[in-house]
Design a protein around this ligand. Structure first.
Ligand SMILES: NC(=O)c1ccc[n+]([C@@H]2O[C@H](COP(=O)([O-])OP(=O)(O)OC[C@H]3O[C@@H](n4cnc5c(N)ncnc54)[C@H](O)[C@@H]3O)[C@@H](O)[C@H]2O)c1
Length: 375
């Protein structure tokens, strides 16, 4: 349930045939399956199973963030229209967050809205992006600047698909899941600790638990906030600095740069240090951040490719600008007063943070090469 919108989310193991049968039961005249070239090559048979006897148009693009563009979107839209899709057709995303976002926008734009089904194949997509109505592509100016909100009919996840994910991609999604535990549902932290301690991040049993916990945490804040513009802004925890670190790192290292979730994990450390310096988070609560982030395999230090000045320059363009009255020299941030309790301005979980506070926290993370002892 996301605000006024609700949709079922089914998940299980080894269930692609059942997913195909459920898609057929929607009665589409045609499927438009949006995927990327790597997923398509790896899961060719699954694509056949998903489509069953329904005529399917497969729209595929090279994998990665660089495809979240208007050019790629417009190419897919034109191809779908030329293939004769109708209002009864269903757009199916089969892949990570990139095909998911492109499919979401396509479904919203075609005939002003056709049915959308998500079949996420990455932990980021399954545990984070499909639990949001946000659908966006990147502009030349920044990430996710062109977008809309659109709800799927239904989401289907087969956790078996995650077993082929490179370790860094698997962990990337789990960092977003950890963010939801730290910022929204600290009661799930013990379960996450157990999964980390058992070294079983990729076992189907653990993945089913992690998925369940992600759905619970994320829907707790989006239930009353369809557009993630009020309580749901807490989901941006770690993102102000995390996005900036990701952008700076990718400028230098390209696709070899930090995965999205790892960058967000570093952003959470920065946010935790700012909250600690304000006297909000305790030493222990900052240490919990380090315990979880390092437990998920993220080196708790800025990569050598990223300078504090560059990160601060990118943060100035953060897409949460405008939520708070403008105050020169400050940036709106999600900060925690304690685990699971964001600091509020009115009813918004955002507070203005001085650039000097961000710099001080970034300096701590930039200097670190091992877990920082606070206090
Ligand atoms: N809408 C939202 O609220 C929201 C939330 C989080 C992330 N996102 C977006 O999602 C994107 C990141 O998601 P992502 O990491 O899934 O990106 P992605 O789609 O690029 O997938 C990452 C990589 O994993 C590969 N892959 C996918 N499934 C695989 C599988 N089962 N086995 C092996 N490899 C596989 C892909 O080919 C790709 O190379 C970003 O664009 C981000 O903005 C959106």
């Amino acid at each position: 349930m996301i605000g006024e919108q609700s949709f079922p989310y089914y998940f299980g193991r080894d269930c692609v045939a059942e997913i195909g049968a459920a898609i057929t039961a929607l009665g589409p005249d045609k499927l438009v399956i949006v995927t990327d070239d790597d997923v398509r090559a790896r899961y060719r048979h699954h694509l056949d199973t998903l489509a069953g006897s329904i005529p399917a148009l497969i729209l595929s693009h090279p994998s990665g963030e660089s495809m979240k563009t208007l050019t790629c979107l417009s190419g897919h839209l034109e191809t779908a229209l030329r293939a004769g899709i109708t209002r009864r057709s269903v757009v199916v995303s089969f892949g990570g967050g990139v095909p998911g976002n492109l499919a979401g926008l396509m479904a919203n734009l075609l005939f002003r809205g056709v049915r959308l089904v998500h079949v996420p194949t990455t932990t980021i997509a399954a545990m984070d992006s499909v639990l949001s109505l946000k659908q966006a592509i990147n502009s030349g100016v920044g990430k996710n600047h062109i977008g809309t909100y659109y709800a799927p009919e239904v989401v289907f996840t087969d956790v078996e698909l995650f077993t082929s994910l490179p370790d860094r991609e698997l962990r990337s999604g789990l960092c977003e899941m950890a963010k939801n535990c730290l910022a929204i549902q600290p009661s799930a932290l013990d379960g996450l600790r157990r999964v980390i301690a058992a070294g079983e991040l990729s076992s189907p049993h653990s993945l089913l638990w992690l998925l369940d916990a992600s759905i619970a945490a994320k829907s707790a804040v989006t239930r009353s906030d369809t557009f993630e513009r009020r309580a749901g802004l807490v989901l941006e925890y770690g993102h102000t600095t995390g996005h900036a670190i990701e952008i700076c790192d990718h400028r230098v290292r390209g696709v070899a740069g930090l995965p999205h979730g790892a960058a967000i994990a570093l952003g959470m450390l920065v946010a935790a240090h700012i909250s600690h310096a304000r006297g909000w988070l305790s030493d222990d609560e900052v240490s919990v951040h380090y315990e979880i982030v390092t437990g998920l395999g993220v080196e708790p230090a800025l990569p050598a490719s990223v300078s504090v000045d560059d990160v601060l320059a990118v943060i100035a363009d953060d897409n949460k600008k405008g939520y708070l009255p403008p105050r020169p020299g400050t940036v709106p941030f999600v900060l925690l007063r304690s685990l699971g309790r964001p600091a509020l301005t009115g009813d918004l979980p955002l507070v203005p943070v001085e650039v000097s506070e961000i710099r001080a926290a970034l300096d701590v993370v930039a200097r670190a090469s091992a877990p920082v002892v606070v206090g």
